[in-house]
Design a binder for this molecule. Structure first.
Ligand SMILES: Nc1ncnc2c1ncn2[C@@H]1O[C@H](COP(=O)(O)OP(=O)(O)OP(=O)(O)O)[C@@H](O)[C@H]1O
Length: 622
């Protein structure tokens, strides 16, 4: 067996004959070439299945030292002439020596050019043939290797052909790498930003914790305040209860005081002269300083001299010509309070025509200073209701406003949707129509009077009430007479019903306030009235006379009182006869030519003042 080694020309890279011996190539001296060929073929086949990844590491072109069966082998060019060596003989292409057993090695030259000085005579033909056969064998191997090298070259070219694609891919990969690098850079920036945000987040978190702490503290404070408030509310409730009992005491005292003053309070008012009346001769009227009496002096001829008659009339209060609306109302306002407390109260103005009744009761609704008793009473009622509601009371107020004209009842609040002109065209209800439609009803338990079928309006704001009053006032029957340019030809009756409930204390009150502007009595001869106006005057005088009679009968404690004689006394039945508080305002004219009517009015007032109509009682529970 011979071990062959091929030396590679390391300077040449890609000689065609160059091969890589990757396995141990072993040849038998007997020419077992097939094994060697198979090994080489295997080597080439192995190269053909190289992957792209393995291409750069292909060992074909390297001059690496390869280990074959523990022997070191180098790739070597095919063209270099092999030097055969054996452990017994060394053969060189120039000087070959062959060692034979028992002889010295003899150099010889391959190729049959024997020129050496030494030639072994023992070289026989058989050996020669063997060498030749071996040479032929090697040549065959060489041819095979060259063929395989060519194949390998082709394979290399194919591999190279693939490079452009790979290059593109590489470029793409590089591009991807660049993008990834940029992404990495970006992610570094984002990382930094994230760190900043994390710090901010931590700071905010700390703030939130602080705020939570504050919130907890405030919640505790709120809870404290709440419990404090609850205890205060309890105290307020207790105070309310105390106030309510105080209020009840006040009511009792207030009404006892009024009772002491008498059930019918009578006041007198002297009206001033208006702008066009300055030249008119005045009567001699003198109000006392204590405002409790009024003197009227009249002159009469007695034989040879003029005699002066002076009459003094005492009243609960006297208002001279300088007294304004406010002063008058301050005297009657306690009665308004009584109506809220659950009493039936009746305030009416009595007097001759033109003496200032309408001015006193209605006044100028649009002028706060000249507002009369009705609008002022409305203000006080709603203000008092507000105060009482703070103490837990609930009030409802209803109004009716009617006029008694020629013994008929006319509703002043009905037909509100109609225009003023339409309302003016509406004819007044005839006696029969009025009698059939409007019925005066008495509530026995509350001692209140209601005009059935007349509009009964619920009012919750004083502003609503004012506009209502203005409209109703415009609908009153008025006419011009000798004594008064705008004379009321009817009795105006304004009724306020006040219903109060106090749920906490289970208390209630039912009161009413009737404010009446009576038509003026009039001397028929003086008035010069004729026709319809005469009829009006007669009806006015009759109803006023009936009123006088009723009051006189009550004063005299008569067994029968003629309430039914007129519509006016019918309507005032519960106000005059029993449990109501009554206030009469006697209006008088300042003029000398009215002195007799003035005296009559003052006398009637005096009589009324002496009338004890009974002890007032309230409706409702305390
Ligand atoms: N206190 C007063 N201050 C100023 N003017 C007054 C006063 N009282 C009455 N007057 C004026 O006197 C005139 C007559 O008053 P008023 O119409 O109120 O009388 P009356 O009694 O209602 O008359 P009638 O019965 O005819 O309706 C009106 O012009 C009114 O403005």
């Amino acid at each position: 067996m011979l071990t062959r080694q091929y030396k590679t020309n390391s300077k040449r890279k890609r000689a065609p004959e160059e091969i890589l011996v990757s396995r141990n190539v072993k040849h038998s001296t007997t020419g077992n070439a097939s094994t060697s060929e198979r090994n080489l073929s295997k080597n080439v086949t192995a190269k053909k299945v190289l992957t792209k990844a393995s291409i750069p590491r292909r060992p074909l072109y390297s001059n690496k030292v390869v280990t074959i069966n523990n022997s070191t082998v180098k790739t070597l060019p095919i063209s270099s002439k092999p030097v055969l060596r054996s452990n017994k003989s060394i053969v060189s292409h120039k000087n070959a020596t062959t060692s034979y057993p028992g002889t010295r090695p003899v150099p010889y030259e391959l190729g049959g050019n024997f020129t050496g000085k030494v030639y072994s005579a023992n070289l026989n033909k058989a050996e020669l043939a063997r060498f030749r056969s071996e040479i032929a064998q090697h040549k065959k191997q060489l041819a095979e290797i060259q063929r395989e090298a060519a194949e390998s070259e082709e394979y290399n070219k194919a591999i190279e052909a693939e490079f452009p694609g790979l290059h593109d891919e590489l470029t793409k990969v590089k591009l991807d790498c660049d993008i990834m690098l940029a992404d990495i850079e970006q992610s570094k920036v984002l990382d930094e930003q994230l760190n900043v945000m994390n710090e901010e987040n931590n700071r905010l978190h700390e703030n939130v914790q602080k705020l939570n702490q504050d919130l907890r503290y405030k919640n505790e404070k709120i809870a404290e305040q709440k419990s404090l408030q609850e205890s205060r509310l309890r105290q307020i409730q207790e105070s309310y209860n105390g106030l309510n009992s105080e209020e009840n005491t006040r009511k009792e005292l207030h009404n006892q005081l009024l009772d002491l003053k008498g059930n019918i309070r009578v006041m007198c008012r002297v009206r001033p002269c208006t702008d066009g009346e300055n030249d008119v001769v005045l009567a001699k009227l003198k109000c006392s300083d204590d405002k409790r009496s009024i003197e009227i002096s009249t002159e009469r001829m007695s034989l040879w001299r003029t005699k002066v008659d002076t009459s003094t009339f005492k009243f609960d209060c006297v208002f001279d010509q300088k007294a304004d609306q406010d002063q008058v109302f301050s005297e009657i306002s306690p009665l308004v309070q009584s109506a809220i407390d659950g009493y039936n109260v009746c305030i009416f103005a009595y007097g001759q025509t033109g003496s200032g009744k309408t001015y006193t009761m209605e006044g100028d609704v649009n002028n706060p200073e000249k507002k009369g008793m009705i609008p002022r009473a409305i203000d006080v009622i709603f203000d008092k209701i507000k105060e009482l509601e703070k103490l837990g009371w609930k009030f409802e107020a209803y109004v009716q406003y009617v006029e008694i004209y020629n013994e008929t009842i006319q509703d002043l609040l009905g037909d509100e949707n109609k225009t003023n002109n339409e309302r003016k065209k509406l004819h007044k209800k005839t006696y029969k129509e009025s009698k059939d439609l409007y019925k005066i009803m008495y509530n026995e338990s509350t001692r209140m009077t209601i005009v059935e079928n007349a509009e009964r309006r619920k009012v919750s704001r004083k502003e609503d009430m004012e506009s209502l009053l203005r409209k109703a006032s415009n609908r009153r029957s008025k006419a011009s007479t000798n004594s008064n340019l705008v004379s009321s030809r009817s009795h105006g009756v304004f009724i306020f019903h006040l219903e109060g409930e106090y749920p906490i204390g289970n208390a209630s009150s039912r009161g009413s306030l009737s404010l009446i502007d009576l038509a003026g009595s009039e001397n028929i001869d003086k008035s010069g009235s004729t026709g319809n106006q005469l009829k009006e005057t007669q009806n006015i005088n009759k109803s006023l006379s009936d009123l006088k009679t009723v009051i006189q009968q009550i004063k005299d404690k008569a067994s029968y009182v003629n309430y039914r004689d007129s519509m006016l006394t019918n309507l005032l039945k519960y106000s005059l006869g029993g449990t109501a508080k009554v206030c009469m305002l006697v209006n008088v004219s300042p003029f000398a030519d009215s002195v007799n009517e003035t005296k009559n009015s003052l006398t009637f007032g005096q009589t009324a003042r002496k009338t004890h109509v009974g002890t007032a009682s309230r409706s409702g529970r305390f």
